[in-house]
Structures are given as C-alpha cells and as structure tokens.
Ligand binder design. Structure first.
Ligand SMILES: *Cc1c(COP(=O)(O)O)cnc(C)c1O
Length: 411
C-alpha cells in the first residue's frame, strides 16, 4: 500500500483492519500454483544459455488457416462489427455451429435456443458453474483434469468431489461408487473426452452411462469437448449429444481453439438443453458482452469452410506423437500412443515423483514437460508432454530424450 494512504488512518478505523488490497477469500483458497518452481528453473537454465525445448503448454504452433485470417480482415473493416455484439452470438454464427454439428455428429440443434457463442470454452465452463451451482452444492469432475472445473466451483461457493481417472480403468471415472450423500447434493458433472491431460478417449458406451447416471440423479452433464477434432489414425470422437435423450440433461462445450489452431482468437460455443444454454447465457449477458463480431465471422469461415487444414494438422501432430513415443520407448519408458489430443501422458519410470522427473528432464535433456500432479493428485507419477512445438524442435527433443537413461537410480 502506498505510504500516503497508510498514514491517513482515522480514529474510527479498527486496529486489526485488513490491508485495503487484501484479495477476496475466493482467490486465496485457489489450489496452489504448482508450476512456480518449474518457471524459476526454466529462467535459470535460459539465463545460463541452455537451449530449452518447452513441451509444457498445449498451445498450437501451427498458424490459423489463411481463409480464416482473410475472413477476419474483411469483417474487421465493416463498421457494423465495431459495435456491441449480442451476448448470445450472431444468429449466423450459431447457425454455422449447428450445421457443423449436424454434419459432424448427426445431431439437430436449434441455433436460436440450443447454441450459445463463447469467448473460448474456458469462459463457458467457469460461468456454467456460476450459473447453476449454489454455495454448498457439489460439483463432480474427473481428476486429473482441466483446472477450470475446480476453479469455477470455488468461485461459486460449491464443493468439488473429484472422480479419479486411473490407468487401470482406461482413464474413465467410476460413477458407481460415489457416496449417496454426495450424489444428493451433486448439481453438475464435468467430463472431458478426448481428455486433457491423459489423452484418453471414451467410447459411446461411456457417454451412455454418463447420460443415464445424470438423468437418474438429476445432475447436469457438462461435457468439455475441446479435443473432439484433434484425432489420429482415423479415430472419430463421439459427442455426448449422440446418446438418445442426452439433450434432456446435457450441455457440451466446443472450442475453435484446438480444432482450427485459434487459441488466441477466443471463440467457442456451448450446445445442449435450451434451459442450460439460457442459464449460462444469463450469466454472460450480465458479465460479458459476447465475442467481437469480426471474430464470429472468422469462426463461420472456419466452421463452414475447407476442413482439410484440420486433417493435415492432425497428420502433422500425429507424426510428432510417433517421434516422441519412439524416443521415449527407446529410452525405456512404457507408453501407449494416444488416439487424440496434443498430449503424451506418460508414467514416470522407476519410483521417481512427477516433480523430480520434470526437474531431471530439464537439467539433463533441456526438455520441459508438465508434472502430472499439477492436474490433480491422481496425476502423481505421470508427466505430460505437449505436441504443440514446431516439428524440428520435437525432433530435437526426441533425439535428446532417446539418449537419457532416467529409469536407473538418480545421478
Ligand atoms: C484448451 C482447453 C479448453 C479451452 O479452450 P478455449 O481456448 O478456452 O476454448 C477447455 N478444456 C480443455 C480440456 C482444454 O484443454
């Protein structure tokens, strides 16, 4: 606090008054930031001149396709796009999303009531909890997982009940062993397949089970579908809405970020039951004012235009996956190649912790990856490599990783 302010105390002020800049409790109870030590070490190594290859973050290096960039340029020049957008999105964008959805999943959506534009799906996921969770309500979510399910829950005053996803269950949650007391208070269930961080995919039977479970216990099924289009080897990822009756209980979050390499553009959409879409919209109209219309027009170009870029990008990311998998295997790691997402989720060899493994890979190979426990306690013993670095950097990382012998005793 600036001194001039601190001195201006009045007599009425209570002695133990908190600093004026003390953060709200909801920020102080957030889970600890586990990557501070890694950030520090990264800085140190870079200062020493080490050529670090950062496979920590899932943010595509491949540029957005030219026809999408062109659509933005044209749309940015149109004055009608310079004004406030409607919070729910232009009807033309929602119609493009609905027709993409129909083509891709064979499911009909009413663009007026069953589709909502989002400023990226992260925003939608966080606000979804704010829209439907009262203090004391329980939110169920798979763990390890994308941190926003938990953060949205904390911001809403809800309680998180985490569902571990373990290798022996193909990284799917066990919905049959949740205590009855938890189920009574459960309001939302977050699932995410293809999954970040594990790279796991879920068969349609799992979505059937999740829909039946949600209907039975009167829970809102929230499916984070950010990676349905980042797939390899001909795999096709289902939508939860393909399950008959799913729309009665489901909202699904889609993102243009990963599908079209548009993370910086901030655009996605939610689809599902009209009451769920409207509830989320009620939060949005009060807190944000929608997506810049020029970005929505670019989004229309992405959803309705040439889809071959996505296929080509997937082939390219698939080759990176194969390179790294081969390198890790030749260094003695056990790993199954994922069928989707940008991530290799790998069990750390020996009895090393996630943090120690990350540290050693940084020191000995100059390769940065993410400790699995940063995504939840069940991630301990794993590390995550992201495939979103340029091809030559991935190749160099593979060369370095294939040489180091991490499985043996430390040092
Ligand atoms: C990247 C990601 C998102 C959100 O991406 P947006 O850019 O906000 O659309 C959501 N869920 C998961 C699991 C992700 O990895």
């Amino acid at each position: 606090m600036p001194k001039s302010v601190a001195r201006k105390k009045t007599r009425a002020e209570p002695a133990a008054r908190r600093s004026a800049f003390a953060r709200a409790d909801r920020l102080n109870v957030l889970p600890p930031y586990l990557f501070a030590a890694i950030d520090r070490k990264k800085r140190e190594l870079r200062e020493k001149g080490v050529d670090l290859i950062d496979l920590g973050i899932g943010d595509p290096d491949i540029p957005t396709a030219p026809h999408i960039v062109e659509a933005l340029k044209v749309a940015a020049g149109r004055p009608e796009n310079h004004r406030y957008p409607a919070y729910e999105g232009m009807l033309s964008f929602r119609a493009a999303a609905a027709s993409w959805f129909k083509k891709r999943f064979g499911v009909d959506l009413d663009p007026k009531t069953e589709v909502l534009s989002l400023i990226g799906s992260k925003e939608g996921i966080g606000h979804m909890v704010l829209a439907f969770c009262n203090p004391g309500d329980v939110v169920l979510a798979t763990e390890p997982g994308y941190p926003v399910y938990k953060i949205g829950t904390i911001f809403s005053g809800g309680r998180m009940y985490e569902l571990p996803i373990l290798e022996e269950n193909s990284f799917l949650p066990d919905l049959s062993h949740i205590p009855a007391g938890v189920l009574r208070k459960a309001k939302l269930l977050f699932i995410n397949y293809p999954n970040n961080p594990t790279g796991a995919v879920a068969p349609i039977e799992f979505f059937e089970e999740a829909v039946a479970f949600s209907r039975k216990h009167r829970i809102i099924l929230c499916h984070d579908a950010a990676y349905t289009e980042v797939v390899f080897d001909g795999y096709r990822s289902p939508s939860a809405l393909q399950v008959p009756g799913a729309k009665d209980v489901t909202i699904e979050f889609h993102s243009l970020s990963k599908t079209y390499c548009m993370t910086g553009w901030r655009i996605g959409f939610a689809v599902g039951h009209p009451d769920l879409v409207a509830g989320l919209g009620a939060i949005k109209t009060n807190l944000d004012s929608g997506v810049f219309q020029a970005v929505q027009e670019a989004g229309i170009a992405a959803l309705t235009g040439d889809q071959s870029h996505t296929a080509k990008n997937n082939e390219r990311v698939g080759r990176r996956r194969d390179l790294l998998v081969q390198a890790l295997r030749s260094a003695g790691w056990r790993i199954d190649p994922p069928r989707a997402t940008y991530y290799l989720w790998v069990r750390v060899p020996g009895r090393m912790s996630s943090a120690d493994c990350v540290d050693r890979l940084m020191s000995e190979a100059g390769v940065v990856c993410t400790p699995g426990n940063g995504f939840g306690p069940s991630g301990e013993g794993f590390v995550r490599f992201s495939l979103t670095a340029p091809d030559d950097r991935i190749a160099e990382a593979a060369r370095r990783l294939s040489k180091i012998r991490i499985a043996g005793p430390a040092k």
